[in-house]
Design a protein around this ligand. Structure first.
Ligand code: FAD
Length: 350
């Protein structure tokens, strides 16, 4: 078992790298342990045509703005390239591929069981994201359906669904972007539990982040702020979605009642033959490595104040979305909580 680190960061995606940037500046001994074989985190697994919903300079990690991309909204590969160069730029020696199988309290430190041996650290940052835990809602008789079912996390490109009858289920950015692309190749029906909420054309990730920041500042100062509704869960009109709107395909239907062997039955009793279903129904925090600490409650989260665990005060959780900080599941948004997390750790280790 190697030396006891000040901090172990589990996960080397954007959240883990943002924390590493501040840990390096704080002069703490740390290791970033990441399960992937290369840089990029979840972006390594996103579909080929995925675009950021924020322009490059509004998708930056601390210290180094994302270089302008060929397109106003960078591609998946632009993000992977940026994250890889970010690691090099700051000499962040992310250890790969290391799978953290569990962490346990061990006196005044944690012991981390990994597939490459045991590690010990006085503090732990969990930055494992959500991509590994796709969420699929339960529908009646789903087991009868003989067609193909995948989650958006497994979707790569439209070719494999060409000329098929496909249901895209889910009204967020994944559903909208996959519908926009797939509708050029297949017969697609978009199913959303409620009518989809489109942001206006002038609102993108940059505007959403500015609004999230204004709300955050107001909350810090104990005042209210009057801003248009709409947030990161609403659909940003990136170019492919705008183009699909001109084709009249951005219309959804209410959910079906149940599956049958070769399709679905709708609420009015009518049926449709379906070849495939793509579940664009979001994700849940990937926290299985925390199981030995028995902290994950029934909503799949951990009780925190900010990013700090209430029940394990030397554990912090970064990058999981609003419950760990406003806009924290975005490239530019994670900076704020990474900075406060490391400041708390410096205080706790002093
Ligand atoms: P991840 O990127 O998932 O990285 C976590 C890392 O931890 C991974 O490398 C994983 O392998 C590793 N890991 C997990 N468990 C373990 C373990 N037990 N041991 C070791 N390693 C482990 N964000 C934006 O900022 N702008 C956008 O435009 C944007 N668009 C999006 C569009 C879609 C369709 C989706 C789904 C998300 C989008 N996001 C966007 C959000 C962003 O992709 C994710 O929130 C981001 O990837 C989260 O980063 P992360 O570092 O928290 O997690």
């Amino acid at each position: 078992m190697s030396d006891v680190l000040d901090v172990a960061v589990i996960g080397g995606g954007q959240a883990g790298l943002a924390c590493a940037y501040f840990l390096r500046r704080a002069g703490l001994s740390f290791a970033v342990l990441d399960g992937e074989r290369g840089a990029g985190g979840a972006w390594l697994h996103a579909w080929d045509s995925l675009r950021l919903f924020s322009p490059a300079q509004w998708s930056s990690l601390p210290g180094w703005p994302m270089p302008a991309a060929e397109y106003r909204y960078p591609t998946r590969d632009d993000v992977i390239n940026y994250l890889s160069r970010y690691e090099e730029r700051y000499g962040l020696a992310v250890e790969r591929a290391v799978e953290v199988e569990g962490i346990a309290r061990d006196g005044d430190r944690f012991t981390l069981a990994t597939d490459r041996g045991m590690r010990q650290a006085r503090a732990v940052i969990s930055a494992t994201g959500t991509w590994r835990l796709p969420f699929r809602p339960a529908y009646p008789d789903q087991n009868l359906f003989q067609g193909r079912q995948i989650h958006s996390a497994q979707y790569r490109s439209p070719g494999e669904f060409a000329h098929q009858r496909v249901l895209v289920v889910g009204g967020g950015n994944s559903g909208a972007q996959i519908l926009a692309e797939l509708s050029l190749f297949a017969n697609v029906t978009w199913v959303t539990p409620t009518p989809p909420s489109f942001l206006t054309d002038d609102v993108d990730g940059r505007v959403l982040f500015e609004r999230a920041t204004a709300r955050w500042r107001a909350a810090q100062e104990g005042r209210s702020v009057d801003l248009p509704t709409g947030g990161f869960g609403d659909i940003v009109m990136v170019p492919p979605v705008k183009e699909a709107r001109t084709r009249g395909v951005m219309h959804s239907v209410a959910p079906f009642s149940r599956f049958v062997q070769d399709g679905v039955v709708w609420r009015d009793g009518s049926g449709s033959d379906v070849d495939a279903v793509i579940w664009c129904t979001g994700f849940r925090p990937a926290l299985s490595h925390l199981a030995p600490l028995d902290l994950v409650h029934d909503e799949g989260r951990v009780r925190t104040i900010g990013t700090r665990s209430v029940d394990e005060p030397m554990l912090w959780l970064v990058g999981y979305g609003d419950w760990t900080g406003s806009a924290s599941a975005t490239l530019i948004g994670v900076m704020r909580t990474a900075r406060t997390t490391v400041a708390e750790i410096v205080g706790a280790l002093a």
